[in-house]
Design a protein around this ligand. Structure first.
Ligand code: HEM
Ligand code: FES
Length: 554
């Protein structure tokens, strides 16, 4: 099974369970309206989850999530982990034991013996007849929700949009279980009032099919069987871990860190697990799930002895534009001795790694523009050096003011080329629009400059501009005096290629379809092409704009 598949399955299953929990809680919350509303909600809830596709999705997700959790417990070489991760694991492993009574007495009882479980009966049972079950159910509900919230938080927290969404998500995370519990309490009061009416309880119980003594005994046996199987599975996992440990101890590996520390770890450990084993602080924002890239290390010795990165790791490394000697510490299990250099400070927090402080470097979506003066080298051959510098500075002034005027950041002036970033703060949609506005202004200003210097120029100045939008790693990079805000990664590479393509198409501007989509601009009347880009799988869909003045109003 490939790791990409495992990761997708893990998330897919977790989200089916999350959807189930959310709808289940929403249904309980209807108790705040009335028992009747709760019952109506339940009809829809059951129509979904007791249908064939719903059953398949839910029980498939429970099985997949449970089995993967056990597999991951086996796969990790050390149980040392940050407190949040330990909490998630502990609750996750406790949940089957807590949930089994509820699941067996509702779904399994219905499935095997046609037992009805309307809210009246469940509420009566949990709040009046056996409040200790009610308390346990409340605890289970809170723990399941906490477990899911930790999972979602650590899954998403290094996304650039997450800090903005956090207050909303946090509000929902607090409100939903609170409303669900309140709904249950209010429904409990309503049932208690009804139960005071003589004969109501008996009539209600008579109207629903309850389990008889033989069926109840069978359900208890099913519950025991499930708990025993689960316990055996846990024992098997821990025994297998122990056995593997004995085997792997025999072939230990040495991992050297920059401060001269050397960790001797059993073979099979990831570099991150070795750091954790030795108590060496090591950034791992996603908890070693191969998503955030903050654990990445430069391999300064023993690179040749490392197994090549698998698909999942390769994707994350490509996303951050990592060099070939950089690996994810959480995904790399060295077969021999290695020397590593962690690339991010251990104290890195998501906001620093990918969040709000761009100086630290973060991955985000933005628009990147490249521009170049056409035929400038030939023109410069016939000019005095002083004139070349003068002309270039006037040109940079013209394009630079056009870029900053549109809200972009001029990033690099190299030769007669310029690179600019748009949407660092505002995102790719605003960035794409700003870049297109800048392109128009750049051409206008260069034309004005040409007109002004017409007497000194053999031919008018012409520029070619390429714009692409997508994810890139943005940060202040450089050394000594030359520190500037720049971006690296595939998006930058593609934007540079689009600028070169303006020569092939003799056009002023080439933009990717991604830019048009982000800017919500209809460019369908401009010629479309698919462009191949070196070292990149798949082609880039582009639009060729001969003259920027033909662009629709932005
Ligand atoms: C009640 C419904 C449940 C929901 C909504 C839920 C949700 C989640 C979510 C969202 C994650 C994070 C997924 C990820 O990072 O890939 C997660 C991880 C986890 N869950 Fe659950 N879960 C549930 C039940 C369970 C149960 C019953 C178990 C135990 C068998 C369990 C064990 C785990 C473990 C051990 C992890 C961490 C796995 C890892 O290292 O990535 N969960 N869960
Ligand atoms: S810890 Fe997040 S990718 Fe390694």
């Amino acid at each position: 099974m490939s790791r990409v598949f495992v990761r997708r399955l893990r998330l897919g299953a977790a989200f089916v369970l999350l959807a189930y929990l959310i709808l289940h809680f929403a249904n309980h919350a209807l108790g705040l309206v009335s028992l009747e509303a709760m019952g109506a909600g339940r009809w829809w809830f059951l129509a979904l989850w007791r249908s064939a596709p719903g059953t398949l999705a839910l029980y498939g997700a429970i099985t997949a999530h449970g089995l993967l959790a056990l597999w991951l417990l086996y796969d990790r070489r050390t149980l040392r982990m940050p407190p949040w991760e330990a909490t998630q694991y502990a609750i996750g492993l406790l949940l089957p034991a807590l949930l089994v009574v509820h699941v067996v007495s509702t779904r399994i009882a219905w499935w095997r013996f046609g037992v009805d479980d309307p809210y009246q009966r469940i509420v009566l049972g949990l709040s009046l007849q056996s409040p200790e079950f009610g308390a346990r159910q409340t605890l289970t509900l809170v723990l399941a929700w906490l477990h899911a919230c930790i999972g979602v938080h650590y899954w998403l927290r290094f996304r650039s949009w997450y800090p903005r969404a956090l207050p909303w998500l946090f509000t929902v995370a607090l409100l939903l279980p609170t409303l669900a519990l309140l709904g249950f309490v209010v429904a409990g009061r309503e049932v208690a009032a009804l139960a005071r009416t003589p004969g109501w309880t008996e009539a209600m119980l008579r109207s629903v099919h309850a389990a008889g003594p033989a069926e109840a005994a069978r359900l208890v046996a099913i519950r025991r069987g499930f708990l025993d199987t689960y316990l055996i599975a846990l024992v098997v996992v821990f025994t297998a871990r122990g056995g593997r440990r004995l085997l792997e101890r025999r072939r230990s590996i040495r991992i050297a860190y920059p401060n001269g520390r050397v960790v001797i770890a059993p073979g099979g450990f990831t570099i991150l697990e070795a750091s954790r084993l030795a108590g060496i602080p090591h950034a791992s924002v996603c908890g070693g799930r191969g998503r955030c890239s903050t654990c990445r290390v430069r391999i300064v010795g023993g690179l040749e002895g490392l197994p090549p990165p698998r698909e999942a790791e390769r994707r994350v490394l490509a996303r951050v534009g990592a060099a070939p000697d950089v690996r994810l510490a959480c995904q790399t299990r060295p077969a021999g001795d290695v020397a590593v250099e962690p690339l991010l400070a251990p104290s890195v927090v998501p906001a620093e790694a990918f969040g709000t402080d761009v100086r630290q470097g973060r991955e985000q979506e933005l628009a990147v523009l490249f521009a170049d003066l056409r035929g400038f080298t030939r023109m410069a051959e016939n000019k005095l050096p002083y004139d070349v510098v003068f002309l270039l500075n006037r040109y940079f002034e013209a394009v630079g003011t056009a870029i900053t005027g549109a809200g972009g950041v001029t990033n690099q002036f190299t030769g007669d080329g310029v690179m600019a970033l748009f949407g660092i703060e505002s995102g790719p949609a605003a960035g794409s629009r700003q870049a297109l506005v800048a392109a128009r202004a750049m051409v206008e200003r260069v034309n004005a400059l040409s007109a002004e210097l017409a007497g000194d120029l053999p031919t008018p100045l012409r520029i070619g501009i390429g714009i692409h939008a997508g994810p890139a790693v943005v940060g202040r990079m450089g050394w000594g005096e030359s520190f500037y805000l720049t971006a690296v990664g595939d998006t930058v590479h593609v934007a540079a290629r689009l600028e070169q393509a303006t020569k092939d198409y003799a056009a002023e501007l080439v933009v990717s379809e991604d830019v048009a989509r982000h800017a919500t601009l209809d460019l369908s009347h401009f010629p479309a092409h698919d462009l191949s880009v070196r070292n990149r799988a798949g082609k880039v869909a582009i639009r060729v704009i001969d003259h920027v003045t033909n662009l629709p109003t932005i």
